[in-house]
Structure formats: C-alpha cells, structure tokens
Write a protein that binds this ligand. Sequence first.
Ligand SMILES: [Zn+2]
Length: 424
Amino acid sequence: MKNHLSAALFFAFAASASGGSFDQLRRGLELPLVPDPAPLSRATEALAGDTRYWITVGADDKYDRTALLNAGLDIIETQKAYVSGLIEAELMDQLAAKGFIVKSRRTIQDYARQHLKDFPAGDAAYHNYKETTDLLLALAAEHPAEASLFSLGKTIEGRDIWCLRLNTAEKGEAPSARPAALFMGNHHGREHLSNEVSLALARHLLANKAAPEIRQFLDTLDIYIAPMTNPDGAEYDIASGKYRWHRKNARVNADKTIGVDLNRNYDSLWCQAGASHYPAADTYCGPYAFSEPETQAIKRFVESRPNLKTLMSYHSYSSLLLYPWAGKDTPVESERDRKVFEAMARGMTAFTGYTPQQSSDLYVATGDTTDWAYAARGIFSFTTELEGTTFYPGAAMIDKASVKNVKAALYLLGVTADPYKLAR
Ligand SMILES: [Zn+2]
C-alpha cells in the first residue's frame, strides 16, 4: 500500500477534545495547502468544484474506524494505526472536535493528479454500460440453451440493471427449484473492476460449458450474474471522459448533492453505524432503507427467489473476503451457519489469496447487501474486496483479478447445492 503522506502537506496536531483548544485545531485545519504549480491535468478537470479531501487519520481499531465512518469518512485504505479515504470538507472540519487526529490532508484534485495513471481512454478494456449491455446480449444470443438475459429493474436514470441467468432448464424470470447463486458487481460506481470480474465469470462459464464441472453447474444450478448493479453511478464516474471517483448512485438529494450509498441502503439495522445521514457524505445511507430503485430491484429479486443459497457482491479494493455480520460486533448467532461461512471463506480465499474475515472486524457498517440477504433470507452472502491499490488499476488488473476470482466463484458454485455439508 502506498504511503500517501507527503512531507510538504504533512501536518499533524495532537487533537483531542481535551487537548488543544478548538481554535487551535481550526487553525491547524486552515493551514494553507501547498499550491501545486502544475495546472489542472486532464485527470482532475472532472473534479473541478469537488470539495472532498483525501485524508489520513489515526485509527487504532475497528471502533475508531466505525466512528470515522459515522463521521462521514469514506474509508478506502486501512493500516494498523490509521486509515485513509475521502471526506467532504465540511465534515473534515468537524473531525478534530470529535477527537480524531488528521495526519495529512490533500484535495481530491491533488490526490487524483498523483494517483491516476490511466485515463478512461487508456482503460478501453473496461466495459462501460453500453458495452456491458452488448456483451450480455451477445452471450445470451450465442448460448440460448444455457443463458438468458433479463432486467432486475430500472435505475433512477432509467437504465436496466441486467442480470444474466445460466440455467439449462429455465429462462428469464421463470421460477426454478434448483439451488441458486447470485453474483453482483458495481454497487459502487468507481469500482469498475467489480463489473469486469462478474463479466469474466459469465464468459468463463459459457466458454467452458462443455467441461464436466461447468456442465454440472449449468444442468443442476440456477446461476444469476448482475455485473453492474449501479450503472448510473458507473456511467457518471466516466461521463466527462475523466474519472470522478464517484461511489454512490445518481440520486439528486434534497441538498443537491448527488448519490446515495447503495451498500448502506439495505434494511438491516439501517444507518445505525458506519454510515452517514449527511447527504454529501460518500457513505450516505439515504432517507430510509430501500429508498433507491436499485436496492429495491435487488430486494424484489432476492425475495422472489426462495431457492437462493449463496450470494457474492464484488467490490474493490482491499484483497478481502468478508462475511456477516457487517453491522454487528458479534458473530452470526447460528454456530452451524458460522461454520459454513468460515469454511466457504477459507475455500474461496485458497484461490484468491485474499484475507477472509467477519466484515465487522474491519469496521461496523450497517445496511449492506450481505447482512440483509443473510438476515432476511438466510443466504450465505459474501463481499469480495478485489485487489489493487486504487479504484483505477488499469487494464492489466482485469485478467489478474478475474483468473483467481473465477476460481473462487467456481468453488462457491460447487458448494451452493448443499452449503450445510460444510458444517457436517
Ligand atoms: Zn464498494
């Protein structure tokens, strides 16, 4: 992981509510940033007017990290004694008063200037919404005996949330009694790699449909792959031709800020921890649970599929495999289920090399996909944080991440028919 501290920008203050006065802290925050002599590059034009900062803040444990999420920090990188991420200027100004020590800060424009090596034009290997749609249509057309395509629903901007179904017996939205698995990508707009891994899985299964192991899956399981759950956010992120570092959907909030964090909008202890009620925050949970058409679509779909046994939600980046609870500090209550979660996590990370852990060991965050799917429907649900050190890791990362995550997905499919065999 890169060290984002720059000597020129480094400033720290022993901030705590009891240590130095609030005025001193304010003065600390108002230290002028070292002006960058370079004009805004192409990378940062799209960020003109964006008032977020990339900050590094002292955080010793998951309780600190949860408190920082509550304060509106979008934690992107985690180290032993600190975290880094994006935060609105107004919320950053409140951190010191809440006892947090901001070790460094830089504007998002400055951060992007240094950390964005590939521009969208150089990232042609990534699929935008239209390319994703075309690819899914082509896969369904080329493999009519195994695949079909349907829409889970429409987004705020009217885009279809496509879902490719792999099942040799049932097509489209027809019910099936077969054990089912759901794979989803791109809940967060800027996490384009998660769309690619989902697409790679779909392509792998169909390209190798004659192989005995895959044939078995196609003949006995009901497999759903929705690579782009938040197409509005993904498109907004690249619409200007430059990345916007956009996480949320395209909802225009009451205060005119854009977006609700879809992975904080599910109805499981909604917005009780690790999420923000502040609409400008990147972890804004929305006005109420399932307020967004994207999460409503997934809710409707999942509730209509009692045969769903397993679920994988791809995100980026941190090289982690996370399982419930995310929103509670305690393990899942059923010991049998916990054994299954742990065994599945070991099974998948044997292929990815990622770190398996209960989600809340990282920080407590309520309202995510996996907690809701497990709490409401008993589905063994996982979040994969793909690898890399940036949301925009370039084209070479696609194959690297896909190869190992497809293997992990095949493992998950291999245990979908009878997850509880792992607890016996
Ligand atoms: Zn994410």
